[in-house]
Design a protein around this ligand. Structure first.
Ligand SMILES: [Zn+2]
Length: 453
């Protein structure tokens, strides 16, 4: 999960943390469902899940998930106690890699972006499904990450977001191998870097750059049972700096452009930009600063601009208008004083793609069907997560929970209650199995994309 770089990690959680606003039940009133849950599913989805449910092999596999629960908490503790601040995930990556290899993915490796990647081949022919959890946490180096048990909960920074996801991936791999279950499609196991803060999804961007064979993604993040994330709001953020010669407010008047006046012109233009309601597209000048004295023509002014949209095209269109407004404002300020001495520079400080997985897509229907089997009503939600990357590329992607009740994300009091946590790990695994198919039981539901094959 991700929060604003402008916030101290745990002070302004409820204001800044986009993803927990969507996923944490306590904040659910701030995050209404982003779409209606589909009620009528494809006959193929019903048929596949009926076959999975009736299969003794699959039942044995799900029982093995429960039997592996206590052991998987050891993995959870081991990995949680290795700190992984943004851009400092390497030790945790190496430990996760060692566990994947020990559990049977001999060819698993670290890629150039620090992601752990391991392929479990299916019997084929079938789709390639990415199953992932992120390695990084929001907590700076030196944070106490020791796991503490209290009142039936496990407390530690990063334990639920997203180390639980990593330990569930390991448990799935172990039981699939031990129970000798072959899938039809391939499973690409990934523990990725760069999900939080200024990581800007660098890990997931690299995965999709390097693996055009991926047909879909199921990511694990802490979320209540039944939650399926289908919307990834895209964002671009800029720091804009205006610079001029500056001068005395009286003595230099008439010769010198003002950095602050230029910024004011820019803000006035930006304030009038029209954006679509659907897909929801927003902008704001979030912070401003500059100038040195009331009696000086400002030599410097700066502002930070945030642009968001539920789709890439309106995001880029709004961005073009914002940047054009800024350039135009600088031109006007220079022309006002017949000079060329004012300039502007901009820095892209946030870059998250985004999009939406259609609610009638098979990946969503598979999750809905599996939730029903486990007695959960599905709620479709939005947030900014690793799934933004495939959603921005038009590749089917969802984020679901891996089991357990969780809370306190991005705070030192982060916790997870894993009593009956295996049920969520079973539910999400069944979704995955429906999508890739089980050899001798069900055909894959996820379609192969033409590209990259
Ligand atoms: Zn997360």
């Amino acid at each position: 999960m991700w929060m604003s770089r402008f916030a101290a990690p745990w002070r302004t959680l409820s204001l800044a943390c986009l993803c927990s606003a969507a996923l944490v039940p306590a904040l659910a009133q701030e995050a209404p469902a982003v779409a209606a849950t589909p009620t009528t599913l494809r006959p193929a989805v019903d048929a596949a899940f009926e076959r999975l449910q009736a299969s003794a092999d699959v039942q044995r596999l799900l029982a093995a998930v429960q039997a592996d629960h206590a052991r998987s908490i050891e993995d959870l503790q081991l990995l949680t106690e290795i700190e992984a601040p943004p851009f400092g995930e390497q030790k945790k990556a190496e430990a996760f890699l060692a566990r994947l290899q020990a559990l049977g993915l001999k060819d698993a490796h670290l890629d150039a972006e620090g992601n752990v990647v391991g392929l479990r081949k299916g019997r084929g022919p079938g789709p390639t499904l990415l199953i992932s959890a992120h390695l990084d946490t929001v907590f700076p180096a030196g944070t106490d990450v020791k796991v503490k048990r209290r009142d039936g909960r496990l407390y530690a920074p990063g334990i639920s977001d997203d180390t639980r996801g990593l330990s569930v991936l390991l448990s799935w791999l172990k039981v699939l191998n031990e129970q000798k279950i072959d899938t039809v499609g391939d499973l690409l196991f990934v523990g990725n870097t760069g999900e939080e803060e200024l990581g800007n999804l660098r890990g997931m961007k690299a995965i999709f750059r390097e693996h055009p064979e991926i047909d879909g993604m199921v990511g694990l993040e802490p979320s209540p049972d039944g939650t399926v994330l289908v919307l990834g709001t895209a964002s671009h953020r800029y720091e804009i700096s205006f610079k001029g010669p500056g001068g005395h407010s009286y003595g230099a008047f008439g010769e010198v452009p003002s950095a602050i006046h230029a910024m004011g012109r820019a803000i006035a233009k930006i304030a009038d930009i029209q954006t679509p309601r659907q897909p929801k597209t927003t902008f704001t000048v979030g912070t401003v600063g500059g100038g040195t004295s009331v009696n000086a023509i400002a030599a410097e002014a700066h502002m930070a601009v945030d642009i968001r949209s539920d789709a890439m095209e309106p995001l880029l269109a709004t961005e073009r208008q914002v940047l054009a407004a800024i350039d135009q404002a600088v031109d006007e300020e220079n022309q006002r004083w017949h000079v060329h001495s004012l300039s502007v520079s901009r820095k892209l400080i946030g870059d998250r793609p985004g999009g939406r997985t259609p609610t009638d897509s098979v990946i969503v229907e598979a999750a809905v069907r599996s939730n029903t089997l486990f007695g959960h009503e599905t709620r479709l939600r939005g947030a900014s997560t690793d799934a933004n990357v495939p959603m921005g590329l038009g590749i089917p992607a969802i984020i679901i929970g891996g089991g357990g009740k969780t809370g306190g994300f991005h705070s030192p009091g982060e916790w997870i209650d894993l009593s009956e946590g295996w049920k969520g790990a079973q539910n999400s695994l069944l979704t995955v199995l429906g999508l890739v198919g089980v050899q001798g039981v069900s055909e894959p539901l996820l379609e192969r994309r033409a590209a990259g094959k």
